[in-house]
Design a protein around this ligand. Structure first.
Ligand SMILES: *Cc1c(COP(=O)(O)O)cnc(C)c1O
Ligand code: SF4
Length: 402
């Protein structure tokens, strides 16, 4: 039953999304992966370039190193010095080579290179925006939901994303969890039988050696009530060279292992990243993606559509799209909830349902993830649901007996 058009969805500028993602608009130039390796690292041999240890060792971690590629004024050096004291810098050469050296607003640059805005925002936002410390029964565990918990394995990452929610553990002088701290974490999971799902996160657990990772996985695998283990890692995106046959052979042994990764932009879906994901998949590991909605990076329907399509092509399922948390130093990268809803609305019905992530706001203060959807249920009363479809057309569904 088709009725009148409904008024526009609050927040979503209803007429726009359809136009902005029309067939002519996609693909658009500039979204396909490009590498500026020749510009940044003309003399590095392939053997070194494809070695993750070389990539890791040669990360940009200081302002002096950054200045070689992106000249910094004396004033900027002072401000960014304060930023790095609060939150480290780390950019592998591989990821740097994906950044357009001539575009100060390059979406990959915005994620990786600290800016003066980050300094200006340092006192905006929170140290622990999700109240994780208050849901931490033992150091290193965040147990917020009944049947699953987070295990914070490390405070090292290949690349430090400028908007990271867990900056608090990555201040200059915070040491990584000592080996004995893992006894407490594993003991907590072992004596909490309702936990059937553990997420090994950080930081990035794939910055560990394979031997160290296997040691933790074996200890978790031995807990009888644990049904699944997830690894949260951005390494397939920021350091895909780390996904080696040796690592995959080790991970293949765990039957209930899942990997959640974190692509934010279609240009991150390079040949190297695709190969890394394919190797993990061949080891039997299903892969999902969690993106963060970031201003100037991916907060428009065209870019997001290109991203989810690129992910589908490499068999990585878009799982969550996160509203950016209120973490200090990130205000300039946040966008509105209306923008997030508009993007979801531009996808739903217009492309494969499999490609559409669940849009969530992690409730500030520790409420957990709250899913948000554009409003498709226009009215529901007296056993009759009034539904709006993706084209804005209206239908009715009557409950039994109504
Ligand atoms: C996100 C998160 C999880 C996992 O949530 P899912 O919806 O199951 O993916 C678990 N614990 C914490 C603390 C989280 O933030
Ligand atoms: S990889 Fe994850 S934990 Fe590490 S800095 Fe980025 S968002 Fe934070």
């Amino acid at each position: 039953m088709l009725a009148e058009e409904l008024p526009a969805q609050p927040g979503a500028s209803a007429s726009e999304p359809a136009q902005r993602v029309g067939p002519g608009a996609y693909p658009r130039p500039g979204l396909a992966p490009v590498s500026w390796r020749e510009h940044y690292y003309p003399d590095v041999a392939d053997a070194e370039w494809s070695d993750w240890k070389w990539q890791f060792r040669n990360r940009i971690t200081t302002l002096a190193a950054l200045d070689r590629f992106f000249p910094l004024s004396a004033e900027t050096v002072t401000s960014l010095g304060a930023v790095l004291h609060e939150f480290r810098l780390g950019i592998p050469p591989y990821y740097l080579s994906l950044i357009d050296p001539h575009d100060p607003h390059d979406p990959l640059r915005l994620q990786a290179v600290p800016s003066i805005e980050e300094f200006l925002d340092l006192n905006v936002g929170h140290e622990d925006p999700l109240g994780e410390e208050s849901h931490s029964p033992v150091p290193g565990i965040v147990h917020r939901y009944p049947d699953r918990c987070l295990l914070i394995a490390t405070n090292n990452c290949a690349l430090y994303c400028r908007y990271c929610t867990r900056k608090r553990i990555m201040e200059e002088d915070v040491a990584p969890a000592a080996r004995h701290a893992f006894d407490g974490m594993i003991d907590y999971i072992a004596r909490t039988p309702q936990i059937r799902d553990v997420i090994i996160s950080g930081g990035d657990p794939l910055t560990w050696s394979t031997a160290r990772l296997v040691e933790l996985l074996d200890r978790l695998d031995a807990i009888p009530h644990l049904e699944i283990i997830r690894i949260g890692t951005r390494v397939p995106v920021t350091l895909p060279q780390r996904i080696t046959p040796e690592l995959c052979a080790a991970l293949e042994r765990y039957s209930a292992l899942w990997i959640n990764t974190h692509f934010n932009h279609p240009r991150e879906v390079t040949r190297e990243a695709a190969a890394a994901c394919a190797q993990l998949q061949r080891a039997g590991i299903p892969m999902n993606n969690q993106s963060v909605l970031l201003r100037g990076v991916n907060d428009d329907p065209v870019t997001m559509r290109a991203l989810v399509h690129a992910l589908m092509r490499i068999r990585v399922r878009p799982y969550y799209l996160y509203q950016c948390d209120l973490v200090r130093g990130s205000d300039h990268l946040r966008t509105t909830v209306a923008r997030g809803l508009e993007i979801i609305e531009s996808l739903r019905g217009h492309t494969s349902g499999l490609a559409i992530p669940t849009y969530v706001v992690d409730a500030p203060g520790g409420g957990g993830k709250v899913p948000l959807q554009p409003q498709y249920l226009a009215d529901y009363s007296q056993g009759r649901a009034t539904l709006r479809n993706y084209q804005g057309r209206v239908f009715h569904y009557d409950d039994p007996g109504a």
